[in-house]
Design a binder for this molecule. Sequence first.
Ligand code: HEM
Length: 78
Amino acid sequence: MQELVLYSRNQLALRNGQDREEIWVAYKGLIYDMTQSRLWRNGKHYEHWAGQDLTEELSAAPHSEIVFEKFTPIGRLK
Ligand code: HEM
């Protein structure tokens, strides 16, 4: 896999859709940029908040990880 920039949990937490423009979500160690997604507006996706690792939460979703397929990871979680 190509080299991805490493980001800390604190850096991820700032991209929760409230503190900065960017909206990022971590899933299985990779960070995805959801800023352009209508479904993640203001960092909120149903009862889930961006800016954190949501790997464990996916089991609560009505969809699989297939939803990440159209997004290219922008980084990796430290
Ligand atoms: C109560 C929990 C959740 C509900 C009701 C929900 C619902 C939905 C719905 C209806 C969509 C539209 C597309 C589709 O169904 O394929 C979607 C997309 C998506 N969901 Fe969820 N979801 C939930 C939890 C999560 C969690 C925990 C994550 C992250 C691990 C997540 C990540 C995504 C992503 C990345 C998309 C694609 C957004 C886009 O294409 O713009 N979802 N979700």
